[in-house]
Design a binder for this molecule. Structure first.
Ligand code: FPP
Length: 251
């Protein structure tokens, strides 16, 4: 059986089951993958872009509504300057090269994170792309950039506190929903499936509030080698889980 046939068969099988509305991915292992073959870490990030294409394509094919990719954490600012600027350039190239293709596929592009820290040129390009694709009604591709969940929650608390101070919000009216509505992910459903590649089993300050009831899946595959079939494997695992959200099963 050709790999194309087996892939479409796999897709059809998955489509019989519940498709996660929101999938969040920690794209880990670029550096280790590159170093394992005696290449600089940046080579791993470059190769990781092909995995981004594959993940976006598969998410759209499956009918996933939101795909959130952890592209750069707040902690990543501490990496060597050359690596940080290579990552910013990759993002710039990605949005410039892919904008049209994403638009044709009706993908809505969004960025979340502490964007003030992003270099002017990168910020301008990602925000421009976000604006241009904002009316699209297909997959929401949500890129976490300069993102840290504790900071996101802190910003939300400050905003809520300031509303209380101004008298536009009362303390008694603050609920978990109020907090959700002040996060960078406001308006998006919480992730159903969280995937981390490279065998590491950590959350790393990613969507801490939002993943309260998310199914976690850890793949041993390094991100540059993460292909559609690995993503399908994660969805298959998701479909085999019984989600109870703290309740009891019906039988
Ligand atoms: C983690 O691997 C990966 C990153 C910090 C960057 C991810 C970026 C890309 C895949 C490319 C650009 C993204 C888009 C959306 C176009 P790591 O370097 O921490 O790997 P290691 O744990 O093996 O060192």
């Amino acid at each position: 059986m050709s790999s194309e046939v087996s892939q479409s068969q796999m897709l059809n099988e998955l489509k019989q089951g519940v498709i996660p509305t929101h999938v969040a991915i920690v794209m880990d292992g670029n550096g280790r993958w590159a170093q394992a073959q005696g290449k600089p870490r940046v080579f791993g990030h470059q190769k990781g872009v092909e995995s981004v294409h594959q993940a976006v394509e598969l998410a759209a094919e499956l009918g996933v509504k939101v795909l959130t990719l952890y592209a750069f954490s707040e902690e990543n600012w501490g990496r060597p300057k050359a690596e940080v600027s290579a990552l910013m350039s990759l993002l710039e190239t990605y949005v410039v090269k892919e904008r049209q293709r994403l638009n044709e596929a009706k993908v809505q592009f969004r960025v979340i994170g502490n964007l003030e820290k992003i270099p002017e040129k990168t910020r301008k390009l990602v925000l421009e792309t976000q604006k241009q694709l904002s009316e699209n009604t297909g997959l929401i591709l949500n890129i976490a950039l300069s993102y840290g969940s504790r900071n996101e929650i802190t910003f939300a608390c400050k905003e809520i506190a300031s509303k209380v101070e101004k008298g536009v919000l009362q303390v008694k009216d603050i609920s978990p929903q109020t907090l959700s509505d002040h996060l960078w992910t406001k308006g998006l459903a919480d992730p159903d499936l969280f995937i981390r590649t490279s065998g590491e089993q950590r959350i790393s300050n990613f969507l801490l509030w939002q993943i309260a009831y998310t199914e976690l899946y850890f793949s041993p595959v390094y991100w540059p080698e993460f292909r559609k079939e690995h993503f399908c494997e994660a969805v298959r695992s998701f479909q085999s889980r019984k989600r109870r959200f703290g309740l009891v099963s019906e039988n």
